[in-house]
Design a protein around this ligand. Structure first.
Ligand SMILES: Nc1ncnc2c1ncn2[C@@H]1O[C@H](COP(=O)(O)OP(=O)(O)O)[C@@H](O)[C@H]1O
Ligand SMILES: N[C@@H](CC(=O)OP(=O)(O)O)C(=O)O
Length: 454
């Protein structure tokens, strides 16, 4: 049995959904289908999830929801009409949205989650109806009924261990299961969404639960490329990579798969394949436990912006017991997680995702570090990017850091931070965001031209 997840671009229009149906029809092993909300049909288009975020924001501000609601309904109407479905499903979707808008708003994040999740939920209902209409025995399955249970606020939504046991029963269904991605329910029935891009996580949880022979993740590119195809012209295709490599790459910028989607399939030893809905005959990229990495030390280069650095210096910091703990406690008090902590003898930098900071938080952190830790200097800089070089073979390769540093030198760009990850499969560079594209292209030239990754 295969679990096949179809992303937003794969279900963005009637034409795309017809391709999805053909893919499902082509292989009876595709018994569990996970779908996203309709995504972008063209570059400037707006994803249904973003339309829903606008809708919930308007509702939470007690503004008129007429226009944002009409935009969401229009996307589904267009799809149902073009698929030749009758008005029943359109009515189901509109009623569902109106019901969600009437719900309790006392917890704005939970209200927003319910509105956002309607994107995948209604997409699953619509696609199940379409598959049935063309003679495929398909059934929409609700995540609560199937047992996709997640933890409560304030923690990030994550599947509970018992969810896997409950979801395992899906393998006995005779019909094709059409399952909405992106959300689950707490034990008491409160809906919670995963992070953006979280339908990948749902697919992985289901694949692990039913011990699928394969988790197929269908998107709009033939495979995972060694670098973002929007940054590097015609990058090499990666035929095979390990879960560890994909985890490191998706950490920073490989938007093709959510980084939390690796763990469930990894633990259950289910191989994962990234494939293209628009070109299903392409073999895609296989993500497996081990591979031969002797031919090429670097598998991919990723880059992501949106990082900030909290820089702290204090003479004799290295001798001060508990300095790091106290500093991290200040961040914990502000509910901030960190990414890297490169350090010197008398200074350290804490690198974090900028979206966690506000002007108020920044000021409180600076004031507390100065007053409670008596730091000599403390400041926060934003607009950093992380560039990550990833490869299982990197660990045994002499001179690799020097090659990367040479590539940086050729561009004249300053390296703000280097972290040779303890994971041993990655090398992380902190640079200013403005230099990101230049560096990715130069590193790509250094490590991939004209070699071919196997
Ligand atoms: N290294 C990479 N290899 C392949 N695609 C990449 C890479 N880095 C970024 N991407 C982008 O990821 C996109 C697919 O992810 P996403 O937009 O989440 O698709 P979906 O709608 O299927 O969920 C591709 O269109 C591509 O532009
Ligand atoms: N629709 C959600 C969840 C998701 O996974 O979407 P996609 O498969 O289009 O990345 C989002 O936009 O975040």
């Amino acid at each position: 049995m295969k679990v096949s997840k179809f992303g937003g671009t794969s279900v963005a229009s009637a034409q795309q959904i017809k391709k999805v149906a053909a893919i499902i029809k082509a292989e009876p092993a595709r018994k569990i289908i996970v779908v996203s909300a309709p995504g972008k049909r063209f570059v400037e288009d707006v994803k249904v999830t973003d339309l829903l975020i606008n809708l919930s924001a308007a509702a939470l501000r007690d503004e008129s929801t007429k226009e944002p609601l009409a935009q969401v309904v229009a996307r589904y109407s267009e799809i149902t009409d073009e698929l030749g479905l009758d008005n029943t499903i359109k009515h189901v979707i509109e009623t569902d949205l109106l019901n969600r808008l009437q719900a309790d708003k006392s917890s704005p994040p939970l209200f927003a989650d319910s509105i956002k999740a309607s994107g995948e939920d209604n997409s699953a209902k619509l696609i199940a109806a379409y598959l049935t209409s063309i003679g495929l025995p398909a059934e929409y399955v609700n995540p609560f009924d199937a047992g996709l249970f997640v933890n409560d606020l304030p923690e990030r939504a994550q599947a509970l261990p018992e969810a896997y046991e409950r979801l395992a029963t899906l393998q006995h269904k005779q019909t094709i299961t059409v399952f909405p991605g992106f959300f689950g329910y707490t034990r008491n029935g409160t809906l919670r969404t995963f992070e953006r891009g979280g339908s990948d996580i749902t697919g992985s949880i289901l694949a692990a639960a039913v011990k699928a022979e394969l988790y197929e993740n269908f998107t709009d590119v033939d495979c995972v490329f060694a670098a973002n195809p929007r940054v590097v012209n015609n990058p090499v295709e990666i035929e095979q990579m390990t879960y560890r490599e994909m985890r490191e790459l998706s950490y920073a910028g490989f938007a093709v798969l959510h980084d939390e989607a690796l763990m469930p399939v990894f633990k259950a030893a289910v191989p994962l394949c990234i494939r293209n809905t628009n070109n299903p005959s392409a073999p895609g990229t296989m993500i497996v436990a081990e591979r031969d990495h002797s031919l090429h030390p670097v598998t991919g280069i990723s880059a992501d912006s949106g990082f900030s650095t909290l820089y702290v210096s204090k003479y004799l910091m290295n001798r001060e017991i508990g300095f790091g703990r106290k500093l991290l406690q200040i961040l914990e008090d502000e509910a901030i997680s960190y990414e890297h902590i490169p350090s010197g003898i008398d200074n350290l930098s804490v690198i974090l995702r900028s979206h966690q900071l506000t002007t108020d938080k920044e000021q409180r952190i600076i004031d507390r570090v100065k007053s409670e830790l008596n730091a000599d200097d403390v400041h926060i800089r934003s607009d950093f990017s992380m560039i990550v070089l990833v490869g299982e073979g990197m660990n045994n390769q002499k001179g690799l850091t020097a090659r990367a540093a040479n590539a940086f030198a050729r561009t004249g760009v300053n390296i703000e931070m280097i972290n040779q990850g303890s994971s041993e499969v990655s090398l992380v560079f902190g640079i200013l965001k403005a230099d990101e594209q230049k560096i990715v292209n130069e590193l790509y030239k250094e490590f991939f031209e004209p070699a071919l990754v196997h």
